[in-house]
Design a protein around this ligand. Sequence first.
Ligand code: HEC
Length: 214
Amino acid sequence: MYPLNRSALAPSARPKAPSGWGAAPTVARIAAMALALGALSACDREKREFEAPQAAATAPKLRQSSIQAGQPQPDAPAAAPDMPSTPYRYEDNAYAVSQGKRLYRWYNCSSCHAPGGGGDWGPALSDDKWIYGSDPENIFATIAQGRPNGMPSFGGHIPEDQIWQLVAYVRSLSGQLRKDVEPGRGDALQASPPEAARPTEPVHPAPPVTGTER
Ligand code: HEC
């Protein structure tokens, strides 16, 4: 007699492993997946990155403005345009957008673009007209390099991740972000509704440069 060789048994002769998913009704399966997806996206919205991996605040390679925030710094010696070296985008993150809102006030963006970005000496940021483009990279470059007709260059003066937070806030002003990450009321008490809930501002054209202001 030969010993019984178990591995030679036909697959159909083996007991079937119970498959949990296979048994669950489709509706329950879809509901579970929707819950899991919801939890994932909620995480991004609520994440608080207190120590974002930062690129040092190095001077940008190219400044397009003669005005700089704070003490003037030399340009880095290179001809390439200064584009973001970090891939951070905070556009799905409510905490980062509200940090951007604070920085907008702290760095005095509001003195030229008005609180809420309605425009004053600088152009409105809450409408859909863009001189230099509305993509995150365009706005990053605007803040880092400055722009020739009076927009100061902040690159080298503030860390890159703060520029990204400002980018996210600036884009929220013109309704380019998800509604549920847009910042609500500011730190100070205010009588008007949050800027994200106000009607779109009328277009303010950039003032003509006469050469006598600076
Ligand atoms: C001294 C006044 C001043 C300050 C301070 C200032 N800006 Fe500006 N900003 C301007 C002017 C003027 C322009 C238009 C420049 C041009 O047309 O070349 C501009 C342009 C811009 C643009 C481009 C708008 C477009 O239509 O493409 C963005 C975005 C912007 N500023 C964001 C900011 C942010 C964010 C801050 C704060 C970190 C800031 N600005 C601080 C005056 C200022």
